[in-house]
Design a protein around this ligand. Sequence first.
Ligand code: SAH
Length: 242
Amino acid sequence: MNRLYVIGIGPGAYEKMTIEAAEALRGSDVIVGYTVYVDLVREHFPGKEFLTTPMTKEVERCELAFSEAAKGKTVAMICSGDAGVYGMTGLMCEIGLRYPQVELTLIGGVTAATGGAAVLGAPLIHDFAVISLSDLLTPWEKIEKRLLLAAEADFVICLYNPSSKKRKDYLKRACGLVLAHRGPETVCGYVKNIGRNGEESRVLSLGELQDAQVDMFTTVWIGNSQTKRVGGRMVTPRGYDL
Ligand code: SAH
């Protein structure tokens, strides 16, 4: 029947996947994805054929999914979080034009911004901007401009890809830009391994965040001028009177 699903599996744990995503995976013959994500779901879907490609081989991974579906198999291409947020959905729609016989079905998921927000408290309760610090596909000048303007407009800022082996000081640089418009006491937070083994979170000031060591499995939240600590949590007020 040539069906191909693009599925956001949520931040990690099986329980954080939507029922729709789990059912589509159960109904698939083949599950395709980046090795780390395939390993996260493997034990919950026995009997499936699993195909993996390394991190930078995104186009090849998409082609692989389509060529398997073109053989008549039901295929699931998986991404972490929501596949439409720094994921494969866009590429799959474009490559799909070359495979009119394959029916593409897109299934959303819980993205790191909202999955991790629930770990920290309520950082995103008001307007927020999501910015990736990865300059692999986006020029750094554009990332800088977005950081500066989001900071100036007092958005809560959620940072994806805050660091990697080659980009060790990017979070520090990003904090430096935000500090042009926000004080060092601004309430921030980060969560590492949301919904996965080794989940770790911290609420800290922007000044402290500047020197924090985070890795590529971490998401960062920088509060707006109103964000505060409530108990041990990071909370952005909605504006209600108490
Ligand atoms: N499609 C994914 C995002 C992929 S970009 C989503 O919707 O969540 C990769 C970045 O997402 C990571 O560098 C990290 O900042 C964030 N991320 C994804 N999963 C995460 C998790 N389980 N814990 C912490 N951060 C995560």
